[in-house]
Design a protein around this ligand. Sequence first.
Ligand SMILES: O=C(O)C1=C[C@@H](OP(=O)(O)O)[C@@H](O)[C@H](O)C1
Ligand SMILES: C=C(OP(=O)(O)O)C(=O)O
Length: 439
Amino acid sequence: MTTPSHLTARRASALTGVVSAPGDKSMSHRALILGAMATGVTDIDGLLEGDDVLATARAVEAFGAGVERLGQGRWRVTGHGGFRQPAGVIDCGNAGTGVRLLMGAAAGYPITVTFDGDASLRKRPMKRVTGPLARMGARFEWLGEEDRLPLTLTGGGLSAIDHVQSVASAQIKSAILLAGLNANGVTTVAEPEPSRDHTERMLCAFGAEVGVLPDGAGWRVTLTGGQPLTATPVSVPGDPSSAAFPLAAALIIPGSQVTVESVMLNPLRTGLFETWREMGADLTVANRRMAGGEEVGDVTARHSALTGVVVPPDRAASMIDEYPILAATAAFASGATVMRGIGEMRVKESDRIALMAAGLQACGVAVEEEPEGFTVTGGPVRGGATVITHGDHRIAMSHLILGLAAAEQVTVDEPGMIATSFPGFVELMRGLGGDIASA
Ligand SMILES: O=C(O)C1=C[C@@H](OP(=O)(O)O)[C@@H](O)[C@H](O)C1
Ligand SMILES: C=C(OP(=O)(O)O)C(=O)O
């Protein structure tokens, strides 16, 4: 299938239906990486087959693991108890999570590896991870600009560190913990607020002992080096960050009711659902159960009259990727939705605060941008714009959802990047009755 250069969303009548979200991206990266670091055969089901995760699958294969696709979402990783010297450059594509976690894992082994990524990933800061890894003993050489990819890492001979994070970041925490597995001593990471804990949970499932102690508003995670990992089956539930898009459409399109089945409900990922409820969203969860070591449930959204809220800044870590779609839904709420303490959004696949502000303003929505946040004041949404996404999947999907409820059509450029996290997004939305087509 060729990728269209633009996609256009037109106002839709009620959306209805029951769908499944693709597998969780965070867990998919981790399942492949831990499977490759472990000894034995790790069978994964529900793996997200998005471009970010496929880049990680190629990477772990290059590091010596056996990687086999058994069927849709069903993958087998055969680990040899560690990473081996790869033959070429490890290209992580668009994936911040992929490159940062892989650098952490690779740092523990006596290998020399060059990491690279696409134009967007080459703009993202890497010192946040290379800094702590260098303190553990890994060596880095910047091949271009300092703090950016491409870089060469030489690992091995690590010592544990005590790291205190200034922002809650699961990518930094995970990179340090994965390196800590092969470091001498006890590695500790303290976070100001808790960030997603999939690495800690999955390390335990692979047989490692991880300590978690409350520490102020956040927690301290400890891990003793030298623990071997043993392969274990991993079942990946639906990604709440992807489920957010069809659910958002249901909330803002009159008459709609959409259910997304098997959505992961880890409380460190559900800040958006909490915020939507505070805004008056009719959002219900049925069939709560455990799958893959995580709570999951079927989430139903019905069209709702939304009211603007002030989102508590300490909720940011639990919904950092969801502010773009929150902002799109806030455009249809009455009053202002204030989102602060989210400076991290500026260093994602794009400067998401700037691009959401520009895209929403182009669609006639009132937005006030701040250094570390923005405020969206809702009302009737005109639409009628072509939105620049800088190849950011979440910026593209958020504006397409907005376009399904706006008075005039909304077009986004560079929609090919949607496949990094949500392959099949357009087809899924069309199946619910959404009018999204190549422009
Ligand atoms: O650990 C992870 O899987 C992720 C952590 C978050 O990044 P930060 O840790 O940089 O906040 C998030 O934005 C990213 O999409 C996935
Ligand atoms: C920020 C994201 O991913 P990553 O950091 O892995 O590129 C995202 O998926 O929104």
